[in-house]
Design a protein around this ligand. Structure first.
Ligand code: 6PG
Length: 230
């Protein structure tokens, strides 16, 4: 549990950038400060490659765009020569075309169906969703694709999405959750309490990297329903 989980998250992102990692960034409101701080800590991201966990089906300059969030809070704050390679999800083409195109990008970059990404950042929804994989949806079970189209978002904003699959999340070398706020406390308990059973009703409980690290960066409010020292 941390007073403010954004600075350690920023440090981890900056380290991953220095190492020339394949880094997956996420959307939502929580990571903005971590992205800003990561850009301040490290101006040379030229060896890194950026991917996204999920994207809303809007144009990249729309205020809802997860790419737009990263552009404003991180990419636009780097000098040209420090820019990483960027693979944004082309979700404005629609959920299924966007997912197919992203799948092709990943296959071309990694040469395998389910790539092994170095550093994958995720948030957690109050309903336990991760990326755009929502409780009870069939997309949770897709294991033979890297990206899926999500026709109905289970949480606001209610626009269709493109999302990485659980198979990709669980193949990563390191998965870091950045979670803050009282409204996340119950979901944190349902997904990460020590005795939790994996459940489709709490997608975060299904994120357990097979051969990678799982790191939770939680503020006090988000951690308030976990047993002490969990
Ligand atoms: C999205 C996300 C989503 C997000 C969580 C947490 O596009 O909505 O990628 O999975 O990470 O909903 O979002 P907040 O940080 O806004 O609570």
């Amino acid at each position: 549990m941390l007073e403010d989980p954004a600075p350690p998250c920023a440090e981890m992102l900056a380290d991953a950038a220095r190492q020339g990692s394949h880094i997956v960034l996420t959307g939502g409101s929580t990571p903005k400060r971590a992205y800003e701080e990561a850009a301040r800590l490290e101006q040379d991201w030229s060896r890194a490659t950026l991917w996204w966990s999920d994207e809303r089906c809007v144009p990249p300059d729309d205020e809802l765009s997860n790419y737009g969030l990263v552009r404003e809070s991180l990419l636009d704050r780097l000098p040209d020569e420090g820019s990483p390679q960027v693979y944004r999800m082309p979700a404005e083409r629609g959920p299924h075309v966007g997912a197919d195109d992203y799948e092709r990008d990943m296959r071309a970059a990694f040469g395998e169906q389910i790539p092994r990404l170095d550093f994958l950042l995720l948030g957690l929804g109050p309903d336990g969703h991760v990326a755009s994989l929502y409780p009870g949806q069939e997309t949770l079970d897709v294991s033979d694709r890297a990206a899926v189209g999500v026709e109905e978002a289970g949480w606001k904003p209610y626009v269709p999405r493109v999302s990485l699959t659980m198979a990709v999340l669980n193949a990563a070398r390191r998965v870091v959750f950045l979670i803050a706020g009282e409204d996340k406390a119950e979901a944190v308990e349902r997904c990460f309490a020590p005795d939790v059973e994996p459940s489709h009703e709490a997608p975060g409980s299904l994120v357990r990297p097979a051969e990678g690290d799982l790191i939770l960066l939680l503020d006090e409010a988000a951690a308030s329903r976990l047993p002490a020292r969990a």
